[in-house]
Every structure is written in structure tokens, then in C-alpha cells.
Design a protein around this ligand. Structure first.
Ligand code: SF4
Length: 60
């Protein structure tokens, strides 16, 4: 899994961070960033991606 956050699309809801907190983190701008692409199990990263309300996360 290689999650990428499109900061233009992120609205800072925090859902991805709540689901996969070792992979995503909120930055100082209130947007999600990837801190470790393999920080959590693939299914949790996938769930974070699927749960994003603005489809800001893509997985490669
Ligand atoms: S779930 Fe989507 S909109 Fe919410 S913080 Fe994560 S990337 Fe941003």
C-alpha cells in the first residue's frame, strides 16, 4: 500500500487518522499527511481511504 493524500481535496475531517493513526496524521494546516505508508495493516489503510468523504486518498 502506498497511500497518497491530495491536500487540495482533504477537508480535514480526521477520519483517516482515526482509522489508521500510524499511517496518517493531521499537519499544521489541518490536512492529513502520510507519515508512514506501511504504518498500519493494509485493511485499515484501505478503510481510511474508502471512508474519506472527498476521495482525497489514493492507493498505489
Ligand atoms: S479522511 Fe479524507 S478528508 Fe478526512 S482528513 Fe483524511 S484525507 Fe482529509
Amino acid at each position: 500500500m502506498n497511500p497518497i493524500v491530495d491536500k487540495e481535496k482533504c477537508i480535514g475531517c480526521g477520519t483517516c487518522v482515526a482509522l489508521a493513526s500510524n499511517t496518517f496524521k493531521m499537519d499544521d494546516d489541518g490536512k492529513a499527511i502520510v507519515i508512514d505508508p506501511k504504518g498500519d495493516d493494509d485493511d485499515m489503510i484501505q478503510m481510511g481511504c474508502d471512508s474519506c468523504p472527498t476521495q482525497a486518498i489514493t492507493l498505489e
